[in-house]
Design a binder for this molecule. Structure first.
Ligand SMILES: Nc1ncnc2c1ncn2[C@@H]1O[C@H](COP(=O)(O)OP(=O)(O)OP(=O)(O)O)[C@@H](O)[C@H]1O
Ligand SMILES: [Mg+2]
Length: 358
């Protein structure tokens, strides 16, 4: 167990591609940090620099109190789990798990003890003599985790370990990883582009955008208090509703829509009003009118999609929004619904910079 520290870490690939622009981060001992962000934002690059699989162009990475920039991957005491499992196909599960330990000349009885413990924890004890191609995807991923666990590392690094699994198994494994990480209390960095995985797994999460950490904090803080349009739109499922507006000195306006309850905003600049789907409610006197397109029944709740009457988005169409409602709310296509929201629960961003203004 160890803390991890990144100081002004930058990465420029040999071909000149700049991937990471000065990341600072402190990860406490035992914490589970999730890096989340869209494809290509630099999550794997950052993780691979911690693992030692990519060089650090400038800045420092510390594990414990030690700068590890020039320490070889095998000496860093980190264990990485990859999306594609990266198991040796010709070796048994036991062989895969023991390989790294044998290389380090660990006594056989100690290896056996570690494998037995990890296999029991991961419920793969009955597969120890099978080869990877005789296992399901979920079982293979467990073996990959087992191989990391037996090394008893200071830090676990996960790069999208669940993306090859089906949706149901992914949820199940995500819960198991969280429980396992809590029990073992090993400092962990987990990379994903899946916001639900990020929200549910993380002690704290770092939202990464184009090689920079846009915001870092506990998941609910990022949800309730996003600093930028990017963070607000990346965190939360279904996605936050974003309505382009302007401020006329007293109201937010778009087409014939006028929304009161906002003040201290700049006039003459493009703004984006952000309203989470669960902040909207049905109310006869509501400020918004929705023309219903589609209802998605999710079991416990329904998601209602439709166009906001009177508004126009950048493409000239009425702005689409989504509302979260109870099971019993089942409007038909083209029904009109009046919706209300509390302005205090909505966000306003500058469209050009993405900065949150309220
Ligand atoms: N070996 C490389 N040489 C040059 N550029 C690279 C290399 N590896 C990655 N990049 C670039 O660095 C940027 C970040 O890539 P990275 O793989 O870290 O993204 P990511 O956030 O992990 O994306 P994904 O979710 O798709 O895995 C991308 O623009 C990518 O094209
Ligand atoms: Mg990646």
């Amino acid at each position: 167990m160890a803390q991890v520290e990144l100081k002004q870490v930058r990465k420029t690939y040999p071909n000149g591609a700049e991937a990471i622009f000065g990341v600072d981060m402190h990860i406490d001992s035992g914490e589970l940090i999730v890096f989340v962000g869209p494809s290509g934002c630099g999550k794997s690059t950052l993780l691979r620099m911690v693992a030692g699989l990519e060089s650090v162009t400038s800045g420092e990475i510390l594990i414990g109190d030690k700068v590890i920039n020039n320490v070889s991957p095998s000496e860093r005491d980190v264990a990485m789990v990859f999306q594609n499992y990266a198991l040796y196909p010709h070796m048994s599960v036991r062989g895969n798990m023991s390989y790294g330990l044998k290389n380090r000349k660990m006594p056989a009885d100690e290896i056996e003890r570690r494998i037995t413990d990890a296999a029991r924890m991961l419920k793969i004890d009955q597969f120890l003599d099978r080869q990877p191609n005789q296992l399901s995807g979920g079982q293979r991923q467990r073996v990959a985790m087992g191989r990391a666990i037996v090394r008893n590392p200071q830090v676990f690094l996960f790069d999208e370990p669940l993306s090859n699994l089906d949706a149901k198994l992914r949820v199940q494994m995500r819960i198991e990883i969280k429980k396992l990480q809590r029990r073992m209390n090993v400092t962990s960095i987990y990379v994903t582009h899946d916001q639900t995985e990020a929200m549910t797994l993380a002690d704290r999460l770092a939202v990464i955008n184009e090689g920079r950490v846009e915001q870092m904090g506990v998941p609910m803080e990022l949800y309730a208090n996003p600093r930028t349009l990017f963070v607000a739109s990346f965190i939360g499922a279904p996605q936050i509703n974003l309505i382009p507006v302007r401020f006329d000195g007293t109201s937010l306006t778009n087409g014939t829509l006028k929304l009161a309850g906002f003040s201290d905003l700049p006039t003459g600049v493009d703004l984006m009003l952000g309203i989470r789907p669960d902040v909207l409610s049905i109310a006869p006197e509501g400020q918004l009118e929705l023309n219903v397109d589609l209802v998605e029944q999710h079991g416990g709740e329904n998601l209602i999609y439709g166009a906001l009457l009177g508004t126009k988005n950048a493409a000239g169409d009425a702005q689409e929004i989504c509302l979260k409602g109870p099971q019993s709310l089942l409007p038909a296509t083209d029904d009109k619904l009046r919706l209300a929201f509390d302005p205090a629960a909505a966000f306003v961003f500058r469209t050009d910079t993405g900065e949150r203004l309220k």
